[in-house]
Write a protein that binds this ligand. Structure first.
Ligand SMILES: [Zn+2]
Length: 414
């Protein structure tokens, strides 16, 4: 079997992998890096089918290009396919607003939806002579790893994976395979225990609202908004929770696929109990003292969070609680490092408390090593990592061969 990364080897973002054997080719994930300017993977060759692990743009954002240029069935879970369609439409909108060219036309997103083939977890299907099975990846609702069998050997592609217990989805379990192609986003970095993060987060929320302040919680739309709502629900605190931005629509999409959620009834209840912000007046009311606002964008890069920060940044009684990794150069990173924020072109000092909580959906370094050990592979191929070399030593005690190919390099596995 031969593989070539089209992007996402030795870097986080724009992941795409072509696997080929005996004249048959599959594409696994095909994403873009939503940076300034956006970064794209190499063009994909014609393939027999595409498999998408989850909806995030760095894994699914270029799937419409495939649908448009050389159509093939696109397999993914129901939540992945529905959410990817929404995110790709939004991505085109953002590219136009920011003045970047678009990587495909709107019609390509419709074509992707037409080519979509929803799969069921742990239910084998075949593409030519590949036998394929999706396994839970524990990253966001609907995220899966693909285990492929062909010619007597097995291979697993993890996409993004998480083995930590979260409130929203069950954690990933190791699956035996000959070759493991795994992500390494957190190579060299560990997460604090999840319970500790939840406790520190809820203490910070409680301290703010009980002192009469407003809590603004920037959260990614896909996965994090829902996780935060569930953590807030455990607090048993009688304060209004508002939800703003795309996170609300994504929650509704997820609720259409209850099988992929740990406790769909609970998510539905907390979502219905929250106030979904509709319109300018409601957005004004949301930041009244004692309220909690969960809003996009998670890295404070535009979206309704900017309006909420206009209303709250000046008052030291308020707090801004960041719930995701803040990439260098983003508004969230500036908030953390400089206590300043760009409010529609005007950079202002922030007097509200700013704090960060690690609710990552990725396995940390030790968890990646433990996961790999549980899969008992002969070969490990590392990808989706800025520093894959930090994992190589530990993984060499797990597998006979560990490689981290460059983008465009052809590698061979059994
Ligand atoms: Zn992801």
């Amino acid at each position: 079997m031969q593989g070539t990364f089209l992007g996402g080897a030795g870097e986080v973002g724009r992941l795409g992998l072509v696997l080929g054997r005996a004249g048959s080719r599959l594409l696994l994930d095909y994403g873009l890096a939503p940076e300034d300017p956006p970064q794209y993977p190499k063009p994909a060759p014609p393939v027999s089918a595409a498999l998408v692990t989850h909806a995030h743009l760095d894994h699914a954002g270029m799937m419409p290009a495939i649908a448009h240029e050389s159509p093939a069935p696109i397999y993914g879970s129901g939540p992945t396919l529905d959410t990817a369609e929404l995110l790709c439409q939004d991505c085109l909108k953002v590219h136009r607003i920011e003045g970047y060219g678009t990587p495909y036309k709107d019609v390509a997103v419709d074509q992707m939806a037409a080519d979509a083939r929803p799969i069921r977890m742990r239910s084998p299907f075949t593409v030519e002579d590949w036998e394929i099975q999706a396994e839970n990846a524990g990253h966001i609702p609907g995220s899966c790893m693909y285990r492929l069998q062909a010619g007597g050997s097995s291979l697993m592609f993890t996409g993004d994976l998480n083995t930590t217990e979260s409130q929203l989805v069950d954690p990933a379990e190791p699956i035996a395979c000959d070759t493991l192609i795994m992500e390494g986003t957190y190579a060299g970095r560990e997460h604090p225990p999840r319970r500790q993060t939840e406790n520190e987060f809820t203490q910070a929320v409680r301290a703010t609202v009980e002192a009469g302040g407003t809590c603004v919680i920037p959260a990614f739309a896909v996965g994090r908004t829902q996780e935060v709502l569930l953590v807030l629900d455990e607090m048993d605190i009688d304060r209004p929770v508002y939800i703003d931005g795309m996170g609300a629509r994504v929650t509704e999409l997820f609720l259409r696929h209850p099988y992929f959620l740990k406790d769909a009834d609970r998510l539905e209840r907390v979502y219905n109990d929250a106030h979904r912000i509709r319109g300018h007046r409601m957005r004004q009311q949301a930041t009244e003292p004692g309220n909690i606002v969960v809003t996009t964008s998670g890295m404070v890069e535009g979206g309704p969070v900017i309006t909420h920060l206009k209303h709250t940044h000046d008052d030291p009684n308020n707090s801004v609680l960041l719930t995701g990794y803040q990439v260098e150069g983003t508004g969230g990173r500036r908030l953390l490092d400089e206590h300043r924020v760009d409010l529609d072109g005007e950079v202002v000092n922030v007097n509200a408390t700013v704090d960060h909580f690690d609710f990552s959906g990725h396995a940390g370094h030790s968890e990646l090593v433990d996961f790999a050990e549980g899969c008992r592979p002969e070969t490990i191929v590392l990808c989706h990592s800025d520093e894959p070399e930090l994992l190589v030593d530990d993984l060499e005690s797990v597998a006979e061969r560990v490689i981290a190919p460059n983008t465009g390099e052809v590698f061979t596995v059994p």
